[in-house]
Design a binder for this molecule. Structure first.
Ligand SMILES: Cc1cc2nc3c(=O)[nH]c(=O)nc-3n(C[C@H](O)[C@H](O)[C@H](O)COP(=O)(O)OP(=O)(O)OC[C@H]3O[C@@H](n4cnc5c(N)ncnc54)[C@H](O)[C@@H]3O)c2cc1C
Length: 388
């Protein structure tokens, strides 16, 4: 696939980061991919995939050196998300969620907090980002979880739903509202719950369409107490931290969606080069070539734009929020379209579980929903052109 190899060669990674991506690709293909069907079927949490990732020391990639990490570029991180996801989308989101939840700690926690939490993260701890509540989805500011200060502690009351890794995480990055601030937006605050010290009640796990091996938990907080020292920044600083962290997790979920899209594309191309009808390979039909041209072009453009966003972030550009929304939106729509067309190109075989594209199509759908639905991202992108 020359076009895609050339695109990859344009990603300007130093030699040692290329080696990291190579080893992630190798482990993903040799260990994770062969287990993906069984995990999809059982819905069991893929602990041996997590162990394989931790043997490569992958969490250390986003932790600063002084806290036990071996940091790489954001571009390198995104390549690893794509490789893991192409092999097993559930494992891809489990690992990426560690980044989504811990990046705000890396960027905004105090020195004392970083020393307490980040070495464990670098060694492979699991983390969760806890924003969504039953009545607060797209409008996260409607959250009702309360943080009440009580001497050296904070008392948490409320609940979170749809929390990736929620039942297995060592650290929860938890958003809630400070009880002593009245303004609903100004009161949003964020703290870390260390679940080994403070076990949290898991009310239930979702039985999902796709990503079946990644756990999605509903959590209850009923008078849960954590040290006041676990609050990030001050009371009421949560919304600022939330928006900053979402900007970086959106290119990450875009990379995850592109991992699914690329896997579906490769499956489809291999199949239509093999399968024959009317005495010709399926790829020889012009109608199929037109479809393939559209899919390949869209995939190439998304890959190139993701590289552009990663370059912006790695070179320290401060405002990339519109670009982050654009790539999240476009990559997720492509993942859905690509996997649907890949099933179509497999004919009836695409509809049965024996073929990978059936799972990929189910895995793709959520990418249009999480980390801001695609409707919400269209709104954010449109708003960026509003002249005030
Ligand atoms: C598998 C899975 C994993 C998840 N992981 C996490 C996680 O780790 N942490 C976490 O906090 N959350 C997580 N979520 C939650 C996810 O981010 C939310 O589901 C998502 O934000 C949408 O919220 P909602 O489901 O309440 O839908 P709603 O907000 O109720 O939306 C319903 C529909 O209305 C549309 N809509 C809403 N507002 C607008 C608007 N202003 N304009 C146009 N249309 C609009 C939406 O696009 C959607 O089509 C996860 C969800 C799932 C299913």
């Amino acid at each position: 696939m020359l076009v895609f190899d050339r695109l990859k060669s344009q990603i300007n990674l130093p030699e040692e980061e290329k080696l990291v991506v190579d080893s992630v690709r190798q482990v993903s293909r040799s260990n994770l991919a062969p287990r993906a069907t069984a995990y999809d079927k059982s819905g069991k949490f893929p602990w041996n995939n997590v162990n394989d990732i931790n043997e490569l020391g992958l969490n250390a990639m986003f932790v600063p050196e002084e806290y036990g990490g071996t940091p790489t570029s954001f571009a390198c991180y995104l390549e690893c998300v794509k490789e893991i996801t192409a092999a097993c989308a559930a494992t891809g989101i489990i690992w990426a969620t560690n980044y989504h939840a811990m990046k705000p700690v890396i960027d905004f926690a105090s020195e004392e907090q970083k020393r307490r939490w980040l070495p464990g993260v670098a060694e492979g701890a699991l983390a969760s980002l806890c924003i969504t509540e039953p009545h607060a989805g797209s409008d996260a500011t409607g959250m009702q979880t309360k943080f009440k200060p009580d001497g050296n502690e904070i008392v948490i009351d409320g609940g979170k739903t749809f929390i990736t890794n929620g039942d297995v995480a060592d650290y929860l990055l938890l958003f809630g509202k400070w009880s002593e601030i009245d303004d609903p937006k100004q009161s949003i605050s964020v703290l870390v719950v260390e679940t080994k010290e403070t076990p949290i009640e898991v009310v239930g796990l979702e039985d999902k369409m796709g990503h079946r091996a990644s756990s999605t938990a509903t959590l209850a907080f009923d008078g849960v107490r954590v040290p006041y020292a676990n609050l990030l920044h001050g009371p009421g600083d949560g919304l600022k931290l939330l928006l900053a962290s979402l900007n970086k997790s959106r290119p990450s979920v875009a990379a995850h969606a592109l991992g699914i899209a690329r896997a579906a594309f490769e499956e489809a191309v291999a199949y239509i080069n093999e399968r024959q009808q009317s005495g010709r390979k399926i790829i020889e039909f012009q109608g199929i070539q037109f479809l393939l041209a559209d899919l390949a072009t869209e995939l190439a453009l998304c890959e190139a734009f993701l590289t552009h966003v990663a370059t912006m972030i790695d070179s320290g550009v401060a405002d990339f929020s519109t670009e982050a929304s654009m790539i999240k939106l476009r990559a997720a729509d492509l993942a859905m379209r690509m996997t649907t067309e890949a099933v179509q190109l497999h004919g009836g075989y695409g509809y049965v579980k024996e073929y990978k594209v059936e799972r990929l199509m189910r895995d793709a759908k959520i990418t249009q929903i999480w980390e801001g639905t695609n409707q919400v991202h269209r709104q954010l992108i449109g708003r960026a052109f509003f002249e005030r």
